[in-house]
Design a protein around this ligand. Structure first.
Ligand code: SF4
Length: 190
């Protein structure tokens, strides 16, 4: 079994979600705010025309489209893996969403997971990722990716396996506001 970036995002929101959902098998409701919305089915001709322009703006010298990558712990499908002039690689993800002046943690985490997958599969370093907001005139946003970011998602993946394989009951989220509307509030001794 491997994890998806959604598992990591869920764990980083609250590690106990992982326990309740995958150890006790109590499902959550669908509309949780950490869900990753994808625009994969998007058929936008204007976007297709814009893609080459966006890659040029980024300074990409080559590209690998629609990459399904795995390693020992996670898997993910990446819209584009761009080769930059300095030899590093960068994930690019199209969001069928409006840009509202902030980058959601979920989007960042997803890119950190992709960076990990790309480094292991391509053997080259990833130092940044890109988001394109297709509902805001294809606004392009660059997200820096440090070793610390990659380590964070690696540690999360290892801990998720510890929870699932060893029935380990993790700590509650430190953000108490998240408990207020939580599906698991009644069974979780925060
Ligand atoms: S109630 Fe709080 S600590 Fe418990 S699962 Fe929900 S968010 Fe996490």
């Amino acid at each position: 079994m491997t994890l998806t970036p959604s598992h990591i995002i869920q764990y980083l929101y609250c590690p106990r979600f992982t326990f309740f959902e995958y150890v006790l098998a109590i499902p959550q409701y669908e509309e949780k705010n950490y869900k990753v919305m994808r625009g994969r089915e998007l058929h936008d001709r204007k976007l297709e025309q814009n893609k080459e322009y966006l890659r040029k703006r980024i300074g990409a010298v080559d590209k690998h489209l629609d990459q399904y990558l795995t390693n020992d712990l996670i898997r993910g499908r990446i819209d584009e893996v761009l080769v930059l002039a300095n030899g590093t690689l960068a994930p690019l993800d199209y969001k069928f969403a409006m840009y509202d002046n902030k980058i959601y943690e979920t989007y960042r985490t997803q890119l950190y997971c992709y960076a990990w997958l790309i480094e292991e599969n391509f053997g080259k370093e990833v130092r940044q990722g890109f988001l394109v907001y297709t509902r805001s005139q294809n606004k392009l946003v660059e997200i820096p990716i440090t070793q610390e970011h990659k380590n964070e998602v690696k540690a999360a993946a290892a801990d998720i396996f510890r929870i699932i394989d060893k029935n380990y009951y993790p700590k509650a989220t430190k953000y108490k506001a998240r408990c207020l509307n939580c599906t698991y509030r009644n069974i979780c001794a925060q």
